[in-house]
Design a protein around this ligand. Structure first.
Ligand code: SF4
Ligand code: SF4
Length: 422
């Protein structure tokens, strides 16, 4: 796409934004994979349309307010990157654009405060835990609450697992094959505390020493995707400093966090820490990729035949290009029949805080995914992202589909313990 973007004026991310615009050749291959294009049916709600809108806003030939509704409906799922034959790096355009737009757009005081409060709560486990407990008190009055609050309540688990703080270091009894640092996750620690402990247990079974830096903080994914660049950068800088440099990998077990950690070089472009960000990000691996490369040790066969569907989290499939490793791990467990879900590349509608910010589209996509699960009829749906897990559980319950939903780490750990059941 020809452009007149003022690259210098746009700062360190200007060239990446211009390259993304320029690489788009209008072919439209991305359109069928964009989750919002089908339901909304407008060019402006497709990747190609959004690229054109962002270009025009950056060239100052279109008022921002006219483009924002179509950009706000974008999930940031990056399916358009996977399907683009021209290699358009949509993330290099949409991330920096959202940050610029956030600084220019007018939001009501209430709207701005609500977003900030929401981000603050979700990224502080102790605060989030208190809010989740307090939310039980308003459950009986849910039907009178605003739509966004109702969605939030429906996404919370029926029961919270007991909150245990993760240890600082765990070493295998036998010979150590590798040493990794683990990303603890924020909301995940509250919503599904067993994911962290299962991850550590699996790694240790594989002879891996696990370090969980106490000083680590939120990875910044939710802030970055919400256009809150300055806060996301602050968090990224702190994490780069506190994760040990002498480990073999930084392991993430949440697709959204892993994808953001791999985007730190983009987030810190032009910053004095950019080079460090590149080194740090190159060491970030999803748990499934690390186990697959290390040599996954299969658990004992599962008794009886268990139908399992793997749900691709967008920030793993599209954000990190990972689809084979988790499937190879599941296939290595005897007694499991791996069934496919139709349209695996289409987002479930969770996308960070998208399902709360855009409840109607989040709902539509959630229902569509639940229907795909219903068609495949698995006993268990396995995912690698706590946001997808919450979204799937909510919509499967609404569709009266009783498949269990669990994280890959929890699934593997249960297989080792012999406690997997239909
Ligand atoms: S597939 Fe790529 S090049 Fe084609 S329209 Fe979409 S973004 Fe542009
Ligand atoms: S990121 Fe997802 S929702 Fe946004 S344009 Fe690309 S495919 Fe569509």
């Amino acid at each position: 796409m020809r452009h007149k973007l003022p690259i210098e004026k746009l700062g360190p991310t200007g060239k990446g934004m211009a390259d993304a615009v320029q690489a788009c050749v209008h072919c439209g291959f991305c359109l069928p994979t964009c989750p919002t294009y089908g339901p909304l049916g407008q060019e402006m709600d497709s990747p190609r349309g959004r690229i054109a809108l962002m270009k025009e806003c950056l060239e100052e030939s279109l008022p921002l307010d006219q483009a924002l509704p179509h950009l706000d409906s974008c999930l940031g799922c990056l399916a358009c990157e996977t399907s683009c034959p021209s290699g358009v790096s949509y993330r290099e355009l949409v991330g920096p654009f959202r940050e610029k737009a956030e600084g220019l757009r007018s939001r009501s005081w209430f709207n701005r405060s609500r977003r900030k409060l929401f981000l603050r709560i979700l990224t502080r486990p102790s605060l989030f835990s208190l809010v989740v407990k307090a939310s039980r008190l308003v459950q009986p009055f849910a039907k009178w609450l605003p739509k966004r609050m109702r969605v939030m309540l429906e996404l919370l688990p029926q029961r919270l697992g007991s909150q245990t703080s993760l240890p600082e270091r765990v070493t295998p009894k036998e010979k150590t094959r590798a040493r990794v640092a683990l990303v603890a996750g924020c909301a995940q620690q509250v919503l599904e505390p067993t994911i962290g402990s299962a991850t550590i247990s699996i790694l240790v079974r594989h002879g891996v020493e696990v370090v969980i830096p106490r000083e680590q903080i939120c990875c910044g994914a939710l802030h970055w995707h919400a256009g809150e660049g300055p806060t996301a950068r602050e968090l990224a800088k702190k994490n780069i400093e506190v994760f040990p440099a002498d480990c073999d990998a930084v392991i993430s077990n949440a697709a959204g966090c892993g994808s953001c950690l791999q985007e730190y070089p983009l987030l810190l472009k032009g910053d004095s820490l950019e080079a460090k960000a590149c080194v740090f990000s190159s060491r970030v691996l999803d748990l499934s990729v690390f186990l697959d490369e290390l040599g996954f040790i299969p658990p004992p066969p599962v008794s009886g035949s268990l139908r399992v569907a793997y749900q691709d989290a967008c920030h793993l499939l599209h954000g990190q290009g990972v689809s084979g490793a988790p499937r190879r791990i599941l296939k290595a467990i005897k007694g499991i029949e791996l069934v496919s879900l139709a349209d695996p590349e289409i987002c479930c509608g969770s996308a960070g805080i998208y399902n709360v910010e855009n409840p109607d589209m989040g709902n539509e996509l959630g229902i569509n995914k639940a229907i795909r699960v219903k068609e495949a009829g698995p006993d268990i749906v396995v995912s690698a992202n706590v946001g997808c897990i919450s979204q799937l559980r909510r919509h499967l319950a609404q569709e009266s589909q009783n498949s269990k939903v669990m994280h890959l780490a929890e699934f593997i750990e249960r297989a080792y313990n012999g406690s997997l059941a239909r």
